[in-house]
Design a protein around this ligand. Structure first.
Ligand SMILES: Cc1cc2nc3c(=O)[nH]c(=O)nc-3n(C[C@H](O)[C@H](O)[C@H](O)COP(=O)(O)OP(=O)(O)OC[C@H]3O[C@@H](n4cnc5c(N)ncnc54)[C@H](O)[C@@H]3O)c2cc1C
Ligand SMILES: NC(=O)c1ccc[n+]([C@@H]2O[C@H](COP(=O)([O-])OP(=O)(O)OC[C@H]3O[C@@H](n4cnc5c(N)ncnc54)[C@H](O)[C@@H]3O)[C@@H](O)[C@H]2O)c1
Length: 481
């Protein structure tokens, strides 16, 4: 770090201390570069306080209870029908450290990364101005790179009455301190499905409104169908083809009424809009470096923002729209950090596919687990997407519940698995597993896709008896005929 007039210069400046920004900073610092990170809210970002961590903390107790209830012998020992809501909310509060970031700040200190609290904005090439909490401007400069890791924010459609309705966004849905009597969830994506599951398990009467035929429209259709069935079996009123046209909440203390496109109305105590994300780039000074304010940032495979002369601007995580997932953003962070460090040493850091400076997996193998009951776990392409990409594919399906490990795992285990095979190369390009705790089956598929393992070789990867992993053997047997 060095000072010229009042501008402080670092090798690398990261804007946004979510999980992704923290990892870019960590990789840069580990490579010996002086590094500062700018954060306007809590160090740890949305993921730690208003997204992944609290949502999974809300979902896990019901899943654990359900796991016990699904095994005869254990079932008889479980007395109550649903989790204790107060205890679940208290456990969630523990996981988000009561929305305090002291732990993450200590980690930054121990890693030798300087934290600058405030709102960061680009101020021309390699320059960042931070408006600090006391309203002062702190000018900073970067010798090698600036990384934008500012994440995304919820989109709430501008429907008539929406402001008066004071809807929940995912922040309120993961942070609420009371269980609403009736909750309307708008949007059948991942947030909508998970939050419908979480709050109905805690005792809310939930209605899930979605425009399409089924939840999780970007996944294999059977996944959305099984999740809809699972939600309905747990008391959620799942309504496909439903669109909200207006809202009203005449009294702040009273219920909210949703007008639906078919002319009907729905009354609820709270309404959650789980209707997607926008980039947090509206007040980021993008225009000072020739980029459009408010836009998603397009990057190359080493995470350098396209169209910026000198190649000093990087961008990782939600804000580049490649994959809005914590683990994938952290992977991008590791790649970006390595590329920044290599280029600072004067090396080319060529973006060879699957090399150390290329986030190739973003195109081929993004894993995702949706923590509903049943869980959905997927990686790579769906059959439809693979066909759309011009591959000659074969989809191989198998009933997950008929694997002996599954029957031992849970009585009446219901689930399904699909592998998508590129017939010309004899390689797996995608896989989806739906069932209780299906998420734990996923990493083997991710390795097979990333490693481009030939199906002939996979035949020699023997799953243990009696585990649910025997699904691999059944899928391969079905494929071989
Ligand atoms: C309800 C919900 C549940 C989710 N569950 C999962 C899950 O289970 N698994 C999963 O992989 N993903 C999940 N996601 C997605 C995950 O939360 C995001 O992919 C992840 O948070 C992205 O990390 P990020 O670092 O890019 O952004 P963020 O976590 O949003 O962090 C960005 C940080 O930048 C800061 N910032 C923004 N602008 C500025 C500025 N100008 N100056 C200074 N600081 C700034 C913000 O305050 C924030 O701290 C979930 C999302 C939601 C909404
Ligand atoms: N477990 C996980 O991995 C996890 C959990 C939650 C969120 N996430 C990530 O966070 C991101 C955001 O999730 P999300 O569910 O908010 O977004 P999403 O884009 O996955 O889903 C939003 C849904 O809302 C619908 N929609 C949009 N406008 C609407 C309107 N006016 N009325 C009704 N429906 C409308 C869309 O058609 C879409 O199906 C996703 O990319 C997801 O991958 C991941």
């Amino acid at each position: 770090m060095s000072t010229s007039s009042d501008t402080v210069t670092y090798d690398v400046i990261v804007i946004g201390a979510g999980p992704v920004g923290e990892n870019v900073a960590d990789r840069a610092r580990a490579a010996g570069l002086t590094t500062a990170i700018v954060e306007s809210e809590l160090v740890g970002g949305d993921c730690s306080y208003w997204a992944c961590v609290p949502s999974k903390a809300l979902l896990r107790p019901a899943a654990a209870l359900e796991a016990a209830r699904s095994v005869g012998g254990a079932r008889e020992a479980v007395a109550r029908p649903r989790p204790d809501a107060a205890a679940v909310l208290a456990r969630r509060d523990g996981f988000v450290s009561d929305w305090k970031d002291d732990g993450q700040v200590s980690w930054l200190e121990s890693a030798g990364i300087e934290l600058v609290r405030g709102h960061g904005r680009l101020a021309g090439p390699r320059r960042v101005d931070v408006t600090t909490p006391d309203g002062a401007t702190r000018p900073m400069a970067a010798r090698h790179a600036v990384a934008v890791c500012t994440g995304s924010a919820a989109v709430v459609p501008g429907l008539p009455g929406v402001e008066e309705a004071r809807p929940w966004t995912p922040r309120e849905a993961t942070g609420a301190r009371e269980v609403p009597g009736r909750l309307a969830v708008v949007g059948g994506g991942v947030v909508g499905a998970e939050m419908a599951a979480a709050w109905s398990a805690l005792g809310s009467r939930v209605t899930l409104l979605m425009r399409g035929e089924r939840p999780l429209p970007r996944m294999e259709p059977f996944a959305g169908d099984l999740v809809a069935e699972g939600l309905a079996a747990r008391g959620v009123d799942v309504r496909p083809g439903a669109s909200v046209t207006a809202l009203r909440r005449p009294s702040p203390e009273g219920p909210v009424t949703l007008a639906l496109e078919d002319g009907s109305e729905l009354e609820a105590d709270e309404v959650l809009f789980a209707t997607g994300r926008r980039p947090r780039t509206a007040d980021l000074g993008l225009e000072t470096v020739g980029l459009e304010s408010g836009s998603w940032l397009e990057v190359d495979d080493s995470l350098r923002v396209r169209g910026v002369a000198g190649g000093w601007l990087y961008c990782a995580g939600d804000v580049n729209r490649r994959a809005l997932l914590t683990h994938q953003g952290k992977y991008q962070a590791r790649i970006a950090g390595a590329a920044i460090a290599a280029r600072a040493r004067g090396e080319a850091a060529t973006e060879t596919p699957w090399g150390p400076y290329s986030a190739t997996a973003d195109h081929a193998a993004v894993p995702q687990v949706v923590f509903t009951e049943p869980e959905v776990a997927s990686v790579g392409l769906t059959a439809e997407a693979a066909e759309g990409a011009g591959l000659r594919v074969r989809a191989v399906d198998y009933d997950l519940g008929s694997v002996s490990g599954a029957a031992l795992f849970a009585d009446g285990y219901r689930g399904r698995a699909r592998m998508v095979v590129d017939e010309d190369r004899g390689r797996l390009v995608g896989a989806t597993f739906v069932g209780p705790q299906a998420g734990e089956l996923l990493h083997a598929a991710t390795i097979a896709v990333v490693g481009e393992v030939a199906l002939e070789r996979l035949w020699h990867a023997v799953p243990s008896f009696p585990t649910v992993s025997e699904i691999w053997l059944r899928l391969l047997e079905t494929y071989r005929g």
